[in-house]
Design a protein around this ligand. Structure first.
Ligand code: C2E
Ligand code: MG
Ligand code: MG
Length: 771
């Protein structure tokens, strides 16, 4: 309602029911009040009118009573005025006789005055008070007026007059009786109602009534409303305007109606109560479906069942029906959203979230004598399928695998965790179940082969398996352990499965800690470079130093690069570490005399990082080391992934002017084939060949073959791990040009390098002197 906007908040209704009820009740109450007011007014007016009418009627009664009284008096005066003796006495002015007759008349009729007015202007008679002047009476008497009011002293009196005739009128006999309060009171008693009657001259009427007013007038006197009625009485005396004033208390008159008014009020009160009750009920009837909807909406918000019962076919009923339709639609949409949220879009398999839920559920239900198996699956070389056949083919393969799994593993739960990773949950496996055979069967499920656009895509998978309760009893542990086992399976080669073992967990923990420590060492500059000399047998002189990284770990002591370099490779941290090695090696080498070079190991991941050339260039520029004094050692493994890209990178580096050596030569499978594809500057023959060198042994032949080939290809050769003179001698004989190994020196720190160089120079000096 717009109304409520302008109402101060504390008067606003918080409930529609109350608002309707109050609106109804107020409306009815107003109507009722109007009716009661009108009726009450009507009753009062009716009371007043009837009181007025009564008073008017009473006034007429009074008039008549007064007239009757006057007539009686006239009767008495008539009798005396016709009396012969009396007429005689009047005619002869026999005042004594007259007075005696008059006195007797007064006594008989108990009148206040009786007198005779003579034609000659005389007045004879007796009275309790002073008689009026003859000239004041004269006109009325002469006009034949028989009765009227005269003034007797201070009081007014009713007078009746009869002519005294002989036979001509010689005077008038007038008799008067007082109209004082006592008399009037007596008369009032004759009236039906309690009336205060008074006769008084018009001039003495209460001022509120006005001099000339006749009829009914209401006057208020101290809260009492008084109804007055004034009628004119005939006057026998000139100048006297007598009035009959009737006073009647209106409040008293209306008192008999007050009962009626009370009844009306009581009826109104009863009506009002009824209206309030009815309004409340009406309001409740109207708002109850709305309240039901309100409650249902709240339930809907809480995600509970929110349908409402429809009880009518009106607007509210239709609103309820629409609401129910909406509830259904929301439920359906919620179901769809939940499905989307819990399923993988490509395969429609449960996703990781749902898998976790289902696993938790299955673990709760697991019986103590039953086992539960969580299998993590990673497709082998799925990336190759994607890269060579395109993503649509990859998707098709995934869908095919998923559909097949669902077909074959009826009651197992199969989920896609993302990418080419799946998870399988097998519950209710008896303790006697042959898990290895089961794993084999699962593995077979992934051996799929599909043809896409005429090209065949093969799938195989590696599996990591964790079994409850042996490998964990909660979902998180089981999934983590299955993942660890998968990691191991992947490392062990494709298309294998691996059951979780405790040691895997410890290894993983160790790896995590190491990775953290590596990051700290990178941040805090916690690495050192040691250097091992490279010696030319041919030239009998020191040629270079190989930079070998050292990690003095604050707790574990010196950690071998053989241990942390593979981890740095896996985590990608090698790129940052390798950059530091390149810069530090160049910086150190720049301080070495002559053309002494530095050899730096470049790991495969570092080699393929896009900015290796930039790093090398910048290290050379910063240190001032000529490019020719830098040698990069790479291993055959860089050729495994992408030969073309590798060759591009090698040529790029070569363009910078640096030398490139193939490290650990002979350990790879097809070492020789790489030699054809890129002209290395140097081959570093792996120490395993050197270790096997015994005079005349097979290894010697291998070394010779390598040196011959290298010579033919214009590459230098260096033998690693030369520990004694005998080995050195053989290598010299077999044509190997350089050696590296403990025979010359173990890897030494930067300071020791300078001492070593000096020492070598001194030795050379001595040799020369000897020569
Ligand atoms: P590598 O490049 O083949 O280095 C030679 C390894 O043989 C070094 O081990 C060295 O100490 C050891 N060695 C040298 N002479 C002898 C000997 O006479 N007898 C025996 N038994 N061993 C000898 P180190 O320093 O432990 O390095 C191991 C491997 O770690 C290196 O093999 C290299 O592949 C890698 N590495 C070392 N430093 C770096 C580096 O800065 N970056 C990269 N990417 N890899 C590095
Ligand atoms: Mg090396
Ligand atoms: Mg090596």
């Amino acid at each position: 309602m717009t109304l409520s906007l302008s109402i101060p908040a504390r008067f606003r209704f918080r409930s529609l029911k109350l608002r309707i009820a109050v609106a109804y009740a107020t409306l009815f109450a107003l109507v009722l009040a109007a009716v009661v007011l009108l009726a009450g007014n009507g009753i009062a007016r009716f009371g007043e009118n009837s009181a007025s009418r009564d008073l008017a009627a009473n006034a007429r009664v009074f008039d008549e009573i007064i007239a009757l009284r006057a007539q009686q008096m006239r009767g008495s005066t008539d009798i005396l005025s016709r009396d012969f003796g009396f007429r005689e006495a009047v005619a002869t002015h026999d005042d004594a006789t007259i007075e005696s007759a008059l006195l007797s008349l007064r006594q008989r009729s108990r009148s206040a005055a009786a007198f005779v007015v003579g034609l000659d202007g005389s007045i004879v008679g007796s009275s309790d008070a002073a008689l009026p002047a003859v000239e004041d009476l004269w006109n009325a008497l002469d006009a034949g007026q028989e009765r009227g009011v005269i003034r007797l002293g201070e009081k007014l009196a009713l007078a009746a007059a009869s002519p005294v005739e002989t036979p001509d009128t010689i005077g008038w006999l007038v008799m008067a009786q007082p109209l004082d309060a006592a008399e009037m009171k007596r008369l009032s008693r004759l009236a039906a109602v309690d009336i205060d009657a008074r006769v008084l001259p018009a001039s003495r009427l209460p001022t509120a009534l006005g001099n000339a007013t006749l009829g009914n007038v209401v006057e208020t006197n101290d809260g009492d409303r008084i109804l007055h009625h004034v009628t004119a009485l005939p006057a026998l005396q000139q100048g006297l305007r007598p009035r009959l004033l009737l006073n009647h208390s209106l409040s008293e008159a209306l008192a008999e109606y007050s009962g009626l008014q009370w009844l009306l009020a009581a009826l109104a009160a009863a009506g009002l109560s009824l209206v309030v009750v009815l309004s409340w009920r009406v309001a409740r009837t109207i708002t109850s479906p709305l309240r039901a909807l309100d409650a249902a909406t709240r339930r809907l918000g809480e995600g509970k069942d929110a349908k409402v019962e429809i009880t009518s076919e009106d607007e509210i009923g239709r609103l309820g029906a629409s609401f129910n339709t909406m509830v259904d639609a929301i439920a359906e949409r919620e179901r769809q959203i939940t499905h989307v949220a819990l399923h993988d879009g490509l395969t429609n398999l449960p996703n990781r979230k749902l898998f976790v839920e289902q696993l938790d559920h299955a673990l709760l239900r697991r019986r103590d004598d039953m086992q539960l198996m969580v299998v993590y699956v990673d497709l082998d070389d799925f990336k190759v399928v994607n890269d060579t056949l395109g993503h649509p083919a990859g998707d098709a393969l995934l869908r095919n695998v998923a559909a097949h799994l669902q077909d074959v593993l009826g009651d197992a739960i199969v989920a896609r965790l993302g990418g080419d990773e799946f998870a399988i949950l097998l519950s209710d496996l008896p303790a006697t179940e042959n898990l290895a055979a089961l794993a084999d069967r699962l593995q077979d499920c992934f051996d799929r082969s599909i043809v896409i656009d005429g090209q065949q895509a093969d799938a195989s998978a590696s599996l990591g398996i964790a079994v409850a309760p042996a490998d964990g009893v909660d979902g998180i542990t089981l999934m983590k352990n299955a993942d660890l086992a998968l990691y191991r399976a992947k490392r062990d080669g494709k298309s294998t499965y691996q059951f979780f073992e405790r040691s895997l967990d410890e290894q993983a923990r160790y790896r995590r800690q190491m990775e953290l420590d590596l990051r700290l060492a990178i941040r805090d500059g916690g690495f050192e470079l040691h250097f091992q000399p490279l010696y030319s047998l041919q030239e009998e002189r020191l040629k270079a130093f190989e930079a070998l990284i050292r990690w003095p770990h604050p707790e574990r002591g010196m950690i071998s690069p053989a241990e942390f370099i593979p981890l740095a490779e896996e985590t990608g941290l090698i790129v940052q570490i390798g950059e530091w090695v390149v810069r530090e090696a160049c910086r150190q080498a720049a301080s070495w005399p002559g053309d002494l070079a530095v050899a730096v190991n470049i790991s495969p991941k570092q080699f393929l990082s896009p900015n290796l050339a930039t790093v090398v260039l910048s290290a050379l520029a910063t240190s001032g080391l000529p490019a020719t004094r830098l040698e990069l050692e790479i291993t055959e493994s860089i050729f495994i992934s992408n030969v073309e890209r590798t060759l591009d990178a090698l040529h790029g580096l070569r363009k910078l002017g640096v030398r490139i050596a193939l490290d650990d030569f002979g350990t790879g499978y097809s070492s020789l084939s790489y030699l054809r594809s890129f002209p290395f500057d140097k081959l570093k023959i792996d120490q395993s060949f050197v270790r096997d060198l015994t005079a005349g042994g097979n290894a010697n032949a291998v070394i010779r073959a390598i040196t011959t080939l290298a010579d033919a290809l214009g590459m230098e050769t260096l033998a690693e791990g030369v520990e004694d003179e005998a080995q050195a001698e053989i290598l010299r004989q077999e044509g190997c040009r350089q050696i590296q190994g403990y025979l010359l020196s173990r890897p030494i720190n930067a300071r020791a390098v300078h001492e070593f160089i000096d020492e070598m120079q001194n030795m050379a000096e001595v040799e020369r002197m000897r020569a």
